[in-house]
Design a protein around this ligand. Structure first.
Ligand code: NAD
Length: 498
């Protein structure tokens, strides 16, 4: 655990933090033009921790105008790549000085355990930022193989004004997966954080500004989806909209684009990932413990959560015994306690949604073998116990729809054919895993899985070097790696007759 202090120290540190809920537009912290605010509720105890600017279309207009001005002035877009790199590296250095603060803010705001926000979230955000900070002066353009009398160059140019609408489950990381490549390629950006978790995006914009990112280049407009989010989607002067969130809202952004300026829209949406355990799993205990910890990670509020355990019937008894025993030991607790391994769901509405799915599992005839209820934490807040259903059929609602909570559906299969068929029988295509000691078998199965990421003998591993995104209704385009830059750049052909 990176934080050098225990629970009491974390609480004291939390009390020392000034929580800023203002928008960040054109290099300044500002109120919404209307003066309206909304309460930022911590899922830890259900109490309000800050008032947040409730931005609407008028604030979005201001932010887009500032972003456009900065872009046209070339204060960032026309800066030599080497200089952009230096400023982004300074941004990363300053970010690194605030890791404890950002981790506490994240846990407070959306309920994840401090051990995860400090050891995983801020570490991955920093890794992403540093990786893209290195890019600007390392990317070369192309010369096309034309005839001897022509010279044709293919150059990448920033797309212009980018809007990023992001969710609450990894508020900083999902935002940074967009911010870093957008800035590295010279764009201006406006981030709309989820209304449930606005605080860290605001703080990141302040830090970026302090590091030397010019005014107007990185703006944050907190607010609600149907107001601030929709205004960005419909804006005539936003060139590219990148979104992470539910498929339902992703589809709205495709419509907003069609109703406005045909802006580029890239979507990272939900998942219903299959974690396939074959009968020759190399280490049954490791795989079973991982199946349990991965569905509890971030309270199950993970787009790649292994929510369908596709398990060989030959090893089901032994395997499930370990899964249940491991999950039973993961008790929900205070997100700010360094010992906590599963925190609070993001809000009351979301907990009701998760509980609705648990009830649906019962109704559809699945067998509850763990959880299904609320823990007795005495904290207030929005907690549920890790929950496991066995005897699930892939056509049941709990196997088809994204629950986004710590709810595992166990589906047993006879052979590889059935495993692949079940894994692919979903509208989603974000991720999958296969556990086997036979790498040829793993390769053959991996090639047949319709998913953007496939893990072999591990779950949810990766870093900034590999692309991330979905097939089918899990979205389009990719975050991370050099491939993400495709979203933030236009390709220009210049054809010269010599
Ligand atoms: P959501 O779709 O409800 O909200 C996402 C964002 O969209 C928020 O900022 C919200 O304010 C905004 N929004 C909501 N309604 C809108 C509207 N009518 N117009 C414009 N904007 C609107 O999603 P969520 O509940 O915040 O996040 C959970 C979802 O995110 C899950 O489906 C999860 O799988 C997905 N997710 C996907 C990935 C990925 O990389 N594929 C990563 C994390 C989360």
């Amino acid at each position: 655990m990176g934080l050098s202090f225990g629970k009491e120290g974390i609480l004291a540190f939390r009390n020392s933090l000034a929580l800023n809920g203002k928008a960040f537009i054109d290099g300044k912290s500002v109120d919404a033009l209307s003066g309206e605010t909304f309460g930022c509720i911590s899922p830890r105890d259900g109490l309000e921790i800050a008032r947040v600017a409730s931005c609407n279309a008028a604030d979005v207009d201001l932010a887009v105008a500032a972003a456009r001005r900065a872009f046209e002035a070339g204060v960032w877009s026309a800066r030599p790549p080497k200089e952009r790199k230096k400023v982004m590296q300074r941004f990363a250095d300053l970010f690194e000085q605030h890791l404890d603060e950002l981790a506490v803010l994240e846990s407070l705001d959306m309920g994840k355990p401090i051990s995860e926000s400090r050891n995983i979230d801020v570490a991955l955000v920093l890794d992403t930022l540093r990786w893209y900070a290195e890019c600007p002066d390392k990317l070369y353009d192309e010369i096309a193989p034309t005839g001897p009398d022509q010279l044709a160059t293919v150059t990448r140019e920033p797309v212009g004004v980018v809007a990023a609408v992001v969710p609450w489950n990894f508020p900083m990381l999902m935002a940074m997966w967009k911010i870093a490549p957008a800035l590295a390629s010279g764009n201006s950006i406006i981030v709309k954080p989820a209304e449930q978790s606005p605080l860290t995006a605001i703080r990141m914009a302040e830090i970026a500004h302090e590091a030397g990112i010019p005014a107007g280049v990185f703006n944050v407009v907190p607010g609600f989806g149907p107001t601030a989010g929709k205004a960005l989607g419909l804006h005539m002067d936003v060139d590219c909209l990148v979104f992470t969130g539910s498929g339902e809202v992703g589809k709205l952004f495709l419509m907003y684009s069609g109703q406005s300026n045909m802006k580029r829209v890239y979507l990272e949406c939900g998942g219903k990932s299959a974690n396939i355990i074959l009968d020759d799993v190399p280490d049954l205990r490791v795989a079973a413990e991982r199946a349990a910890t991965a569905i509890c990670f971030n309270q199950g509020e993970v787009c790649v959560a292994p929510s369908r355990l596709v398990l060989s019937e030959r090893i089901q008894d032994e395997f499930l015994e370990i899964v249940v025993e491991t999950a039973r030991a993961i008790r929900p607790g205070d997100p700010l306690d360094p010992e906590t391994r599963i925190g609070a769901l993001v809000d009351d509405t979301h907990r009701a949604r998760v509980e609705h799915y648990i009830a649906r599992g019962h109704e559809d005839g699945a067998r509850l073998v763990l959880g299904g209820d609320r823990p007795d934490t005495n904290l207030g807040g929005y907690y549920v116990n890790p929950t496991i259903f066995t005897g699930v059929r892939n056509d049941m609602t709990i196997a088809r729809e994204e629950i986004f909570g710590p709810v595992l559906s166990v589906i047993t299969v006879r052979d590889d054919e059935e495993a692949v068929r079940v894994a692919n029988d979903t509208p989603y295509g974000l991720a999958a895993a296969v556990w086997t000691r036979d790498l040829s078998r793993a390769h053959r199965i991996s090639r047949r899985l319709r998913a953007g990421s496939v893990w072999v003998n591990c779950y949810d591993h990766g870093d900034a070097t590999v692309p991330f995104g979905g097939y089918k209704q899990s979205g389009n385009g990719r975050d991370k790696s050099l491939h993400a830059l495709d979203k933030y750049t236009e390709l220009k052909t210049t054809w010269i007759e010599l």
